[in-house]
Ligand binder design. Structure first.
Ligand code: DGL
Length: 271
């Protein structure tokens, strides 16, 4: 038993989409979240910059005595997982792409046309294709970078024509030319536009990696006898490097809770 918190992090608010799944399945666990809202998006930045930022956040969370790190960001998982594991060999670190690739392989056959949408850095890394094909080399996988989604979502531009037009702009040809029937939301921000995508591409099957991390988190903690018990104080803390009004509005929406129930803290990271 270990009542220390689990550390979650992302370039911004996207990683929050994994948190309700954690609370629903592991109600005793407590979370410290870091969203780098001052420096988001990461997906179009240089690899060296993404790594520098990821190290700063992980150092901060480890200083808070977390029992595990969950990289609730595809971009950081695709580019920094090995480096983070080298930096913190004693702390279990889960990236989001392995569980997502496993879910894709379990759900698909060679007759499916699988589409991955993600940031530029995630697509350039080739990590999704490599890992999915590692499970089943016969699967047909197509990828598309959709870099403008994250800034729009961080701005709360979701349920409106601007987002719909952006989805059409990036995805119409991609979906049609490759006859995509299964779409992987390869960025933790994208579950927030899942409804738009389902409305525009009727009948599409969606795989949401933000849900797929729950079982591996539980598995890792159980294996180490590190699950929390029901005496945990359940105080969850959400840090942001820019605590804007939009962030606090979006966090309430994503976690479906009132601001008075949330501990939000500002944390500036040195550049
Ligand atoms: N949520 C991050 C991901 O899963 C967004 C990356 C970004 O900041 O561009 O990739």
């Amino acid at each position: 038993m270990d009542n220390r918190p689990i550390g979650f992090f992302d370039s911004g608010l996207g990683g929050l989409t994994s948190i309700p799944n954690i609370f629903a399945n592991m109600p005793n666990e407590r979370v410290i979240y870091f969203g780098d809202t001052a420096r988001t998006p990461y997906g179009s930045k240089a690899l060296s910059t993404i790594r520098q930022y990821a190290f700063q956040i992980a150092d901060f969370l480890v200083s808070k005595d977390v029992k595990m790190l969950v990289i609730a960001c595809n971009t950081i998982s695709a580019t920094c997982l090995d480096q983070l594991r080298e930096r913190f060999p004693d702390i279990p670190i889960l990236g989001i792409i392995d569980p997502a690739a496993r879910a894709v392989a379990a759900a698909c056959t060679k007759d499916n046309n699988i589409g991955i949408i993600a940031t530029k850095a995630t697509i350039s890394s080739g990590d999704y294709i490599k890992k999915i094909k590692g499970f089943n080399h016969e699967l047909m996988v197509y990828e598309k970078a959709t870099p403008a989604f994250v800034p729009l979502i961080e701005e709360g531009i979701i349920e409106n024509d601007i987002m719909d037009l952006t989805i059409h702009y990036y995805m119409d040809d991609f979906m049609k030319e490759n006859n995509i029937d299964t779409l992987v939301l390869g960025c933790t921000h994208y579950p927030l536009i899942k409804k738009n995508i389902e409305r525009i591409y009727e009948g599409i099957r969606i795989i949401n990696p933000s849900r797929e991390i729950v079982n591996p988190v539980a598995h890792i903690l159980r294996e180490r006898d590190a699950l929390a018990d029901d005496k945990n104080d359940r105080e969850n803390i959400f840090y942001a490097s820019d605590l804007s009004e939009t962030f606090s509005r979006m966090i309430q929406k994503i976690l479906e809770t009132e601001s008075s129930d949330l501990i939000l803290k500002f944390k500036n990271l040195e550049i």
